[in-house]
Design a protein around this ligand. Structure first.
Ligand SMILES: Nc1nc2c(c(=O)[nH]1)N[C@H]1C(S)=C(S)[C@@H](COP(=O)(O)OP(=O)(O)OC[C@H]3O[C@@H](n4cnc5c(N)ncnc54)[C@H](O)[C@@H]3O)O[C@H]1N2
Ligand code: MOO
Length: 402
């Protein structure tokens, strides 16, 4: 039977061609985790000049030595952003944190180690117990980053710190994985007909939220159980990728499957996957669009998004987990027998006692999913069948989702 890992590969092959490198300004990369497609070198040294890490006095080590215990004349002040004049031997200059170290100075004494201990005095006396060496409180040019150094590596999923490094190096644009516009389609008469059957659409909201958090632009469509209408709606869309929910299992109105039968050019594969929830899945091309078809049950749809779509949009290889991975014990053991031969994905909260399942394994329980902090991977009995979704000893692998 097709495993979750195999299906992840298939979804990746569907989505990967839609993600081309785009050079984007830092300002548009601030809100979503984006993947770098090339190494980035710094065009400058950071810091760009030797500077002070303290508010105090800049002077020569020889002056400290020679004037020990005596007042040293203070000549001027250099603040961050200013350029100071050279410090003459036997004198000191007031210096502020971040200001360039003036020529003639090779160390800084912080103001707390001097008297009278306030700026503006004509002379300064260094406390006798302070014996600064050359370089004290000096941040050397290039001590953070050297000109030409690779500061960000291809494949990195950019964090706020990475973006800050680029900014500090004066790199204002980064090459990242471009993301396709996505049309999210909620299918089914019960959804499209304004909750005629009392079923409010949850899937387009969970999926759109998940996509937007990756920086993906989205549209939403509601299509009843009419395959021609589904084909027409999607063909009129300029989205690069379609993600549908519902209409792919064994019922009499499986609208996505029926649409694939109507479209002679469709390359959709519909297959049950050895996992629970999320057993029915489909992907390929349909209605001239790349298409990933998810099951309709809200928990199944969201877990399928987490396992298959989110990693592909993040550009992660099959072995890379898109969430923080942990291994934890169950607080109270299993509350129900895991299904034989399937990867089961349960929802849990991590407490001091261990993992506590929230809700049971049924795939309509979205409310309990919302209370979970972790997805818990209960591997099939033959663990090797589904590596990397495997357990370590009596601990179960988890992905932190909240
Ligand atoms: N005879 C069989 N029946 C079913 C099987 C099976 O193997 N044999 N598989 C079950 C499993 S597992 C799942 S999962 C579902 C998947 O069905 P579909 O993907 O075809 O989805 P629908 O039938 O359209 O809907 C299922 C369920 O989800 C609700 N739903 C659908 N869309 C939304 C939405 N946008 N927001 C909220 N809820 C939604 C819908 O009302 C149904 O209750 O099939 C099983 N059946
Ligand atoms: O596989 Mo379905 O997604 O369990 O409920």
């Amino acid at each position: 039977m097709t495993t979750a890992k195999m299906h992840r590969e298939r979804v990746f092959e569907t989505i990967a061609p839609l993600t081309e490198t785009a050079n984007l300004p830092l300002g548009s990369l601030l809100e979503a985790p984006r993947r770098l497609t090339a190494d980035v070198e710094s065009p400058i040294d950071v810091p760009g000049f030797d500077n002070s890490s303290m508010d105090g006095y800049a002077l020569a080590a020889t002056t400290v030595e020679e004037m020990r215990g005596h007042p040293i004349p203070v000549r001027g002040r250099v603040a961050a952003g200013a350029r100071g004049e050279a410090v003459q031997p036997g004198t000191a200059v007031e210096i502020m944190t971040g200001a360039p170290l003036p020529a003639g100075a090779d160390l800084v004494v912080k103001i707390e180690d001097t008297s009278p201990g306030c700026f503006g005095a004509e002379t300064v006396t260094i406390d006798p117990e302070v014996e600064p060496a050359p370089g004290t409180f000096v941040r050397r040019r290039g001590s953070d980053v050297r000109n030409g150094q690779t500061v960000l590596s291809e494949g990195t999923v950019l964090t706020p710190a990475h973006l800050g490094v680029a900014a500090a190096c004066g790199v204002n644009e980064l090459p990242v994985l471009g993301l396709p516009r996505v049309l999210v389609v909620s299918t089914g008469d019960e959804i499209a007909a304004e909750a005629a059957a009392g079923i409010n659409d949850a899937n387009s909201v969970t999926l759109t939220a998940g996509l937007r958090r990756l920086g993906v632009d989205t549209d939403v469509a509601f299509v009843p159980d009419d395959p021609q209408q589904l084909l027409d709606r999607v063909r009129s869309s300029d989205a690069g990728l379609v993600i549908s929910t519902g209409g792919i299992s064994k019922g009499a109105h499986e609208v996505v499957k029926l649409a694939a039968e109507l479209d002679a050019d469709s390359s959709m594969t519909f297959e049950p996957i050895a996992m629970q929830p999320g057993r029915p899945q489909g992907c390929g091309r349909l209605a001239d669009h790349a298409w990933v078809a998810l099951p309709g049950n809200p928990v199944s749809a969201l877990i399928s998004f987490e396992l298959f779509i989110r990693p592909a949009l993040l550009g992660l290889a099959g072995h890379e987990a898109p969430r923080e991975v942990g291994y934890h014990r169950l607080a109270h053991g299993f509350d129900e027998a895991p299904p034989a031969g399937k990867l089961q994905v349960r929802r849990a909260r991590l407490t001091e006692a261990g993992l506590e399942f929230v809700g049971d394994s049924r795939s309509h329980l979205l409310h309990s999913y919302a209370e979970a902090t972790h997805l818990v991977f209960v591997p099939p009995e033959d663990e090797s069948a589904d590596d990397p979704y495997s357990a370590a000893g009596d601990r179960l692998m988890t992905w932190k989702i909240a």
